[in-house]
Design a protein around this ligand. Structure first.
Ligand code: FES
Length: 107
């Protein structure tokens, strides 16, 4: 079972179990990770599930598609290289210990 490592805004680290096929957003919500609001429920329309994928995982996770790219451009306060909408990242076995940082502000 792959795990997601969330680096939270208070500087702590939370590790949560994921099922293959889960979105990172759904793992966060299920585990009460603070800072992931997910207002639209994963429909790629709110940007309140923004995370920063850690540098070590950037290549494996890949970049956003066009729709996500537009929403990141318009809806995120502090966009960086690793910015992704966590509802658009699907867990695989290979993503074990995928590490994402929660932004201090959403969206
Ligand atoms: Fe709304 Fe991800 S939950 S864009």
């Amino acid at each position: 079972m792959p795990k997601v490592v969330f680096l939270t805004t208070d500087g702590s680290q939370r590790v949560a179990d994921a099922q293959v096929g889960d979105s990172v957003m759904s793992v966060a919500v299920r585990n009460g990770i603070p800072g992931i609001i997910a207002e639209c429920g994963g429909n790629c329309s709110c940007a309140t599930c923004h995370v920063y994928v850690s540098d070590a995982w950037l290549q494996a996770v890949g970049g956003p598609d066009d729709m996500e790219e537009d929403l990141l451009d318009m809806g995120v306060t502090d966009r960086r290289d690793g910015s992704r909408l966590s509802c658009q990242i699907r867990m695989t076995e290979e993503f074990d210990e995928l590490t994402v940082q929660i932004p201090t502000v959403q969206p």
